[in-house]
Design a protein around this ligand. Sequence first.
Ligand SMILES: *[C@@H]1O[C@H](CO)[C@@H](O)[C@H](O)[C@H]1NC(C)=O
Ligand SMILES: *[C@@H]1O[C@H](CO)[C@@H](O)[C@H](O)[C@H]1NC(C)=O
Length: 453
Amino acid sequence: MASKRLLCCLVLLSLAFSVSTISSRGIRLELTHVDARAALTGADRIRRAAERSHRRVNVLLGAPAPSPATPPLHSDGGGGGATSAATASVHSSTATYLVDLAIGTPPLALTAVLDTGSDLIWTQCDAPCRRCFPQPSPLYAPARSATYANLSCGSALCDHALPGSTRCSASKLSCAYYYSYGDGTSTDGVLATETFTFGSGATTVVYGVAFGCGTDNLGGTDNSSGLVGLGRGPLSLPAQLGVTRFSYCFTPFHDTTKSSPLFLGSSATLSPAARSTPFIPSPAAVPRRSSYYYLSLEGITVGDTLLPIDPAVFRLTASGRGGLIIDSGTTFTALEERAFVVFARAIAAQVALPLAAPAGSHMGLSLCFAAPEGKGPDAVRVPRVVFHFDGADMELPRETVVVEDRAAGVACIGMVSARGMSVLGSMQQQNMHILYDIEGGVLSFEPANCGGL
Ligand SMILES: *[C@@H]1O[C@H](CO)[C@@H](O)[C@H](O)[C@H]1NC(C)=O
Ligand SMILES: *[C@@H]1O[C@H](CO)[C@@H](O)[C@H](O)[C@H]1NC(C)=O
């Protein structure tokens, strides 16, 4: 018992150490959009983003995952007894933004998916690897790093940070985890600690970051080697760095030359003109949703009309249903169906152009207009759209509302309908500097030229 307590203290000490390293300067990281690296263009990119958005909402809801071809292998032969519980949880993933960082000593570069909807940081591990998907850089191997250490069971992070996803190995010396994202991505391995290096020029080195060393992984369609969670739980990157705030600013999707900055710690600041809205506490009843950043959306204005939407449509219930979250991994904002129908009718009435055939849907989006005779899709006039959050109005510029297919002469509204919850997606966050003030419990935002920050 005493040794268990001592281990907890050691973990806390190593976390405390990283706190003092970070808080003075903060960290700046560069994010790149997945499709920028894949060199996709035009309608294909939009179609892909629309498919991803639909999939993502189901994933966020924890809808049943398409069953994996092979059941997960369990990398430690120990049989901790909690195997079925450990395989039950589904978390959110699907890539939109990638971040470059380095792991170990000496540092090995890796590209990871950034995810505000989950907490765990993980990478594919050659320990050895039983099943690893192809990745753009060499596999990380714990044996080749001087700073790798297993996280022991009995440590706070093993016991409490991923409810239902971890179990002790028979030897009690390592903490096995299995984490599944519902989009077909999953990772299975042991929780460990490592030195991580952030940034490219002036780098910041952080010791003892807990992460998943995944030796049996599925997924990887996004050209990454793992994932970095920025969610609200104790294993997320901000929590482990001990920073109380972070911000990002997504450059426009069509601009594939500029990366999007992510600021962690004191470098995350906005001007006094920024607007703020409180985060809603995550539902305790649904553990996997405890990572999500919920906001209170009270209404939507289209043109000059405040839409007749019952505010209860966006409300998070005590049992964890509904609500609206802000997310980096969903491209197109998803509105609860009852709200989307009202929104779509108002847009269609005010745009007053024929819907694109068939039945207004195109590129996976359901609200599309044919450009006026002899003109391009940029001639489609779309009314202003304002999201009324608790205490803060977010006015969406046309380029964050409309996606254009020039070849087809069609302009679509970059939002989709969803059942079960609503999500503010990254399309509607372009050229907006967004600050997550974790300590203050508020989200702040202001329009910005993200490429120039
Ligand atoms: C994967 O990443 C590499 C290096 O970052 C890049 O050269 C390549 O084009 C990417 N491929 C895809 C399909 O995204
Ligand atoms: C970490 O735990 C794994 C699985 O129990 C074990 O095979 C490995 O030897 C351990 N590594 C270290 C450095 O303790």
